[in-house]
Design a protein around this ligand. Structure first.
Ligand SMILES: [Zn+2]
Length: 370
């Protein structure tokens, strides 16, 4: 265990409060930290670490306006902060699942040309014309940009938006790794290792968001860098106010993040209801993760061949109701509470996303008409 300085988000519009924490490190390289469950590397070269200390100054994110020493501190802090949140998220998931997820590779400072990037994404290997590097890890990789733009603070200061400093972005991408190796919404395990699909459905985005909310303990997961977006705007991706199937759009051209907010918001409500009954929140978290795992087990038993990769099978896996049923089966004792909360978001078992959307909109029209 090596002591590190990291951000712990505190629900305020800032990256978090600085805390000393402990990181379980196998090996320390010049710009890379190897953990038992993940490898976290800054791809921009140079030596960030010497000796065994991992206590760095976030230096307000560093960036193009910072001097070289501050930029080095900010990058070193980014690697350790990302490593801490990745390790925490993966250990949380493996404790609930009862087994570890495949080793994750996290690469920082990616896709910074031709324009700087302040986002992150989760990638599996796929030969394509995009700017992704060749030979991605078959287990999956998280790519974080080197940062772009500044986030203003209420006190007038500003922070260079480096995604490795942003726990919400890190946790969300780990959520995609969890989805890939449990529910596998796109049936990637039936595709050739070098021909995976990176398209995400709403359930994938929504589950990654509620996983982030659980880890950070707040429904306002992007409250720091999206503070300027109104809370009632779906782009804020705050899980309260309540998003329902009436807000769901669906279809190929829609943003799966916005549609995913409906699922994430419903899961968050269900979790709150479980807590209201006096039960431990971890009981909902376990039902969610075990439900995700069992949602894939069915396909395993049925047929693990390429022939099972059909349009129907993919369509089935994008249905909210299917994952809801899997969650209730994972913990039947919680089912009544979870079903009631989900119903308030227009999600119930045994109906397609389109049917749920139509029903929720008809309800709205009825209310307005009355
Ligand atoms: Zn995502």
């Amino acid at each position: 265990m090596i002591p590190v300085i990291v951000y712990i988000p505190d629900g305020r519009p800032r990256p978090g409060e600085l805390h000393e924490a402990a990181l379980d490190v196998l090996e320390l390289r010049p710009a890379e930290v190897v953990l038992p469950e993940a490898t976290v590397r800054d791809e921009r070269g140079g030596r960030l670490f010497d000796g065994s200390t991992l206590m760095f100054d976030p230096a307000a994110g560093g960036g193009p306006l910072a001097d070289a020493a501050a930029e080095r501190q900010a990058r070193a802090f980014g690697v350790t902060n990302a490593a801490f949140h990745v390790q925490r998220a993966l250990r949380f998931a493996s404790a609930l699942l009862g087994h570890p997820l495949p080793h994750l590779l996290v690469r920082i400072g990616m896709h910074n040309q031709p324009r700087r990037w302040h986002g992150g994404h989760y990638r599996l290997p796929r030969a394509s014309l995009t700017d992704e590097p060749a030979a991605l890890s078959c287990a999956g990789e998280i790519h974080l940009g080197g940062g772009a733009g500044f986030v203003p603070a209420p006190d007038g200061s500003r922070y260079f938006h480096a995604p490795a400093h942003n726990a919400a972005i890190i946790c969300h991408e780990v959520g995609h790794h969890l989805c890939r190796h449990t529910a596998d919404f796109r049936l990637n395990r039936l595709r050739p290792p070098a021909q995976q699909t990176n398209l995400k459905v709403a359930l994938d985005e929504g589950t990654a968001d509620v996983f982030t909310a659980i880890l950070l303990g707040t429904p306002d997961i992007y409250g720091w860098h999206r503070a300027a977006i109104a809370e009632w705007d779906q782009r804020r991706r705050k899980l309260q106010p309540r998003w329902t199937m009436a807000h769901f759009l669906g279809g190929r051209d829609q943003d799966p993040h916005a549609d995913g907010t409906v699922w994430a918001s419903a899961c968050w409500s269900a979790r709150e209801r479980v807590i209201d009954t006096g039960a431990d929140a971890a009981r909902f978290d376990a039902a969610l993760l075990r439900g995700m795992e069992s949602a894939d087990a069915g396909a395993h038993a049925a047929q693990l061949t390429k022939d099972a990769l059909t349009k129907d099978a993919l369509n089935e896996r994008r249905q909210f109701s299917r994952l809801l049923s899997a969650i209730t089966r994972a913990d039947p004792g919680l089912a009544p509470v979870v079903l009631t909360a989900m119903a308030e978001h227009g999600i119930r078992p045994g109906a397609s996303n389109t049917a749920l959307k139509d029903a929720a909109r008809a309800d709205l029209t009825g209310e307005v008409g009355r």
